[in-house]
Design a binder for this molecule. Sequence first.
Ligand code: ADP
Length: 215
Amino acid sequence: MRLILLGAPGAGKGTVAKLLTKLDGSVQISTGDILRGAVQAGTELGKQAEAFMKAGDLVPDALIMGIMEQRLQDPDCQKGFLLDGFPRTIPQAEALKGLLVKLGIKLDAAVSIDVPREVILDRLTTRRTCSNPACQAIYNVKSNPPKVEGVCDKCGSPVIQRDDETEQAISKRLDTYTEKTAPLVDYYRGEGLLMSVATTSSDDVVNAVKKKVGL
Ligand code: ADP
């Protein structure tokens, strides 16, 4: 399947993407994971992105489009992909449209996951992430803690609170979302690709997607 996942930070895009990859071999492409990996590895991309990310601001569109143009041509995208955290702005959506035409790729849908703001705030302040760039497993201190506190179940690396998950940065990320990313819902409605699912259950989203793509 070839999907865009839309939704505020903490709406569950990453969780849904991981569940969907198990269905048909599609890959999850998370621009947030790619950028965090680059920051930790200290690459040129990471150096350019770091300050924006720490403040809860968006990384410039040109950097993101460079990453995506390469990533979408990797062989593992043949079976499909789930775009998680991209596009984030109307210019990115327009650029993606051109890129997909160029690559001869057609999207199945843009899935908007709608979750109430109070749920989002609670989830983000209690979220913890594996610090290993190759793992980045997600935990929640309340609903899904690691078996041993502070240690990743999957790879044994420290589980930490992200730099951009302080209250101030979270509030900034949500404002940025409302201003820059929420308009994408109307954009994809206009493109005839929008599918909205209002739920706090990732399984509900997965079932709605399965129905839509005929799995
Ligand atoms: P979340 O969806 O939880 O906010 P992500 O992991 O998707 O977090 O992204 C973390 C940060 O990485 C964002 O706050 C932003 O700085 C940067 N980022 C990720 N994807 C994009 C994108 N498509 N365009 C611009 N910046 C991005």
